[in-house]
Design a binder for this molecule. Sequence first.
Ligand code: GCB
Length: 605
Amino acid sequence: NGVMKLLYPISTDSRTILNLDGIWKFMVENSEKNIDVSHPLETSDVMAVPASFNDQTADAKIRNYNGYFWYEKEFNIARILRNERLVLRFGSVTHEAWVYVNGNEVAHHKGGFTPFEAEINKELIEGSNRVTVRISNLLDFTTLPVGNFSETSDKHGNKEYNVDENFDFFNYAGIHRPVKIYSTPKDYIDDIVVTPEINFTNNSANIKISSKAVGSFDDVKIYILDAKKEIVCECSGTEALAKIDNVNLWQPLNSYMYTAKVCGIKDGRVIDVYEEPFGVRQVETKNGKFMINERPFYFKGFGKHEDTYVNGKGLNEAYNVLDLNLMKKMGANSFRTSHYPYSEEMMRLCDQEGIVVIDETPAVGLMLSFTFDVSAMVNSSYEDNTWKELNTQKAHQQVIREMIDRDKNHACVVMWSIANEAANYSTGAKEYFEPLFKLARKLDPQKRPCTYVAIMMTTPEADKCTDLVDVIALNRYYGWYMQNGDLKTAEDKTRNELLEWQDRYPGKPIMYTEYGADTISGLHSVYDEPFSEEYQEDYYKMNSKVFDEIPNFVGEQLWNFADFQTKFGINRVQGNKKGIFTRSREPKMVARYLSKRWNNIPNFD
Ligand code: GCB
């Protein structure tokens, strides 16, 4: 029941997969009517899975619904599979889920961006089976992301829930990622941890492979396969060490993937087989540089969202492929999974395509009061009560655990982002973040750098926890939210702040993880007016100019790859318009400038 270490479901000689995606029944919960999970849901409404429910409806009430809602699907299991271990697995359900098979609860999971699963053999019957999911999209001061929660009642006295997002993206919900039933033998491989260690002088690598097995195997045998699936070397044991000579490194935009084929053996026979892809690369920060394979790397790319028309935050693999192709065409090499872990399908694609990823938790909205006035915050005892009123520490530890559990073996992941724009300037921030950084560093077998992404007000003077981060990652909007329309002053501000960071922390690499200007595609101005395509281009040119003057500046990830949906608000015209591409991925004018710039900046210094 609940969370486990989770290998991505694949089919092998010992495993198979059934796909439960498609059309599911759907209904919102109505407090007047009790739902009896021992009977099929009484509804004629349907939703496609995987996808958010919000944009599939023509009913404004459902589109903006906050509360509990239900999904259901019938399925059959071929007799031939009944003696296998059968696991029902959700790639993600946003934000909390209770799962029933034939009316019996099999799983409960809170956290909308990580997978969970349950063995369902005991619940299965001959003939037609039923999987029912109760979901909540509610957010409050204990959840991640953070939401402002309130309860009211309608005119009949029925409870109504309200969630006001404490963050800048629409609170899409539903069954967002694939639903699968996969089979394994009764004795099975449960987890694999791959830790490469490169010897650069003789061009070889030691690969530590720890396997966790459930049940009894006499031995675990591991074959390392190259990209052509030919055996490079073999080793054995639950703590095995493989040596690869003439190793092909995983490099940014030049991916090379190996496979660890792990076989659980009993009485001389292979009982379970799992194939885990991995890349061999090393990351570290050193002397103000971000090193990949011992060379100083420069991040060029984006903050993104999982956000497309109709699918909302649901997995959309065609868009994933297109987005990476657009990035490569632009000369970008990286993105951040702002503001939550993205689908496993996207992570595997990035491994394959050599796209460098900063992997971010769903910790967004950890800030309860908002002002751009930093003058008070530079006081070392400044306090805005965020860390007294929020109760997210437990959820935060869980999301770190689940993100690292899931993504630990991905070569594409070069850094963990523990949070986006928290109140790092407020008293209590250090006490809040210290245990979280410790946890992430302990859990990650590859010991990747860790950071948090810091909001404008966290100036070098105001930020209370910079010593925790390996990279100073800044979200800055000089020339947009401040000095709007005045790029000359914005340029001075940008330069002064970056120089100050570098002065104070000469050993730490500095990068921008956000900077951008809302731009309405097709809006032009001879006066370089904000919101025009001209202004967006000038804004980026100004920033580029300053970046190039700062020696410890290791990367630019702009905000945002594409326009995206947000809640309604007077600062948002059909969502956030800071995209370099529109929501349908048509380029704005600035794409040409950036593409030229990035295609001329090498990936390594
Ligand atoms: C930020 C947030 C991001 C917003 C962006 C904006 O600092 O991290 O989620 O969308 O600013 O456009 O305001």
